[in-house]
Ligand binder design. Structure first.
Ligand code: AMP
Ligand code: ZN
Length: 494
């Protein structure tokens, strides 16, 4: 009953029962960042959504191979320049320095928000040979053509062979012709919707490799087809990314996959919705983005104050991944309160253990309510990973926990089984599934100073029992009190 998970599949445009190809194994591929700049909070939303999906699948007992790539070449700007090459040239860096810098930043940010690293994190440059092999194969099959040292995928031929370029995004090829802009390389293509599998490198392009078609570099869409199928097989379970990757990126991946392996790649295509600012997508190019570090420090004109990483995580999970989420200080302040309420419940729960009491009768109503709330956590997550509803059920469980904590409800009224289920479910959903953890007090030094004041007072009053107690308590936390001629001070134990 716990495994009746349903997911919204962008490919079929409906919610479907999740049936892995080879249970208990699940293969999941998520498009990773293009590492030419710091990830912004919008990117974080997408990766955090998949972190929760990964966590929940594991909680259900699946053995998940989670592949999330690093795009270190080929993601072009409209004028045909590679983002990483451009950044390297501007900053006078080796392209791999750019890649390393922003890969490190990405990892730090993911750790900050308590995301679990993927099982495999392949990079596009590390899979050049495989990409060249697929280009050769698509040329051999007549699905691609060479033009001016570049190789393009031929979408018209693909459609004539009975395929449907546009099946994921709902776009129609003829309309793509009319809607195409005057982008780099258009005149080399047979159809404006044709996309590059291999691009000829211009003389100033610093990331370049030899190939059967001359010196160049791979197209962005190709890397994900190659890396997903290399590590998960031609047919795997889940492919994910932000909504803005549906077209052209994922549409192109499906086309490449169909021609090279005869399969579409994933069975379930999942897309996260955008983090917006005043209704507009947060994006680096629009200048409305801020960095996770700025959000935490509060050092940005749009921020009233800094918000802790777990407050931000809570804020994001309070909205279902398929809905847009608009940034606002008010929403974050409300999330801070909500997060603290949940953590107070968690702390209370950790102190509780079952106390048998034969004189107490089972309170059927309370026990049923608690049991139902535990079921609800599962049904919410089973409904396309609805974290927003799950948090609502956890709040209701928090009320029960707090009632036990204050003595208004006795564990024995729930019975041992239900009490233990409540404890396990609450812990599992807050910490393991949603990845929310109790953050240490932000102003630890302020707390220590306050205790040192009490110590001073106790000394002045010659209350030596209290003096010894405070000293021992601080020592247990790694803080030593220093009685000096100049006064009382403290330091961390060395
Ligand atoms: P990029 O490095 O630009 O390819 O983006 C990495 C991931 O972040 C992709 O899956 C994007 O779809 C996603 N993304 C970009 N902007 C936003 C946003 N404002 N909200 C949510 N996800 C985003
Ligand atoms: Zn991708």
């Amino acid at each position: 009953m716990l495994k009746n998970l349903r997911v919204y599949n962008s490919l079929t445009r409906q919610k479907e029962e999740f049936k892995p190809l080879n249970p208990p194994y699940v293969g999941m591929y998520v498009c990773g960042p293009t590492v030419y700049s710091n990830v912004h909070l919008g990117n974080v939303r997408t990766f955090m959504s998949f972190d929760v999906i990964y966590r929940y699948l594991m909680h259900l007992g699946y053995k998940v191979r989670y592949v999330r790539n690093i795009t270190d070449v080929g993601h072009l700007l409209d004028d045909g320049t590679d983002r990483i090459s451009k950044k390297a040239r501007l900053d006078n860096l080796e392209p791999m320095e750019v890649v390393q810098t922003y890969t490190n930043d990405f990892h730090d940010v993911m750790t900050l928000f308590n995301s679990i690293p993927p099982s495999i994190e392949p990079s596009a440059i590390g899979h050049l040979m495989e990409q060249i092999e697929v280009v050769k194969d698509l040329l051999d099959k007549g699905m691609a053509y060479e033009s001016e040292g570049s190789v393009y995928f031929d979408v018209e031929t693909y459609n004539k062979a009975g395929n449907n370029y546009g099946e994921l995004s709902g776009r129609v090829l003829d309309e793509l012709m009319a809607g195409s802009r005057d982008l780099d390389g258009q005149d080399e293509k047979r159809h404006p919707a044709d996309f590059a599998l291999w691009k000829k490198a211009s003389p100033e392009h610093i990331m370049r490799w030899d190939s059967p078609w001359g010196v160049g570099f791979p197209g962005w869409h190709l890397e994900c087809s190659v890396m997903s199928t290399k590590y998960l097989g031609a047919n795997f379970d889940i492919h994910g990314g932000g909504m803005d990757l549906k077209f052209p990126h994922h549409e192109c991946e499906i086309a490449q996959n169909c021609c090279s392996t005869g399969q579409k790649g994933a069975n379930y295509w999942l897309h996260t919705n955008m983090l917006t600012v005043n209704g507009t997508k947060m994006s680096k190019s629009l200048g409305n983005s801020f960095l996770p570090a700025e959000l935490v420090s509060g050092d940005h004109p749009m921020l009233d104050e800094g918000y802790s990483p777990m407050t931000v995580r809570f804020f994001m999970l309070q909205t279902h991944y398929s809905s847009t989420l608009d940034f606002s200080n008010e929403a974050l302040k409300a999330s801070k309160k909500g997060y603290r309420k949940l953590m107070n419940g968690l702390r209370n729960l950790k102190q509780l253990s079952y106390v048998p009491n034969e004189e107490v009768e089972i309170n059927e109503k309370q026990a049923n309510q608690v049991n139902k709330l535990c079921d609800n956590c599962y049904s919410a997550m089973n409904d396309d990973f609805n974290t927003a509803l799950t948090i609502g059920h956890l709040f209701n469980l928090t009320k029960k926990i707090n009632n036990i904590h204050t003595g208004n409800l006795q564990p024995a009224e729930l019975g041992e089984e239900i009490f233990n289920r409540m404890k396990e479910t609450f812990l599992a959903f807050t910490e393991e599934v949603l990845g929310l953890k109790d953050e240490p007090a932000t102003n630890t030094n302020g707390l220590i100073e306050g205790i040192i004041d009490m110590y001073r007072k106790a000394k002045t009053e010659k209350d030596y029992a209290q003096v010894d107690q405070i000293r021992a308590m601080l020592k247990a936390e790694g803080v030593v009190v220093k009685d000096m001629k100049s006064g009382i001070d403290w330091a961390y134990e060395e």
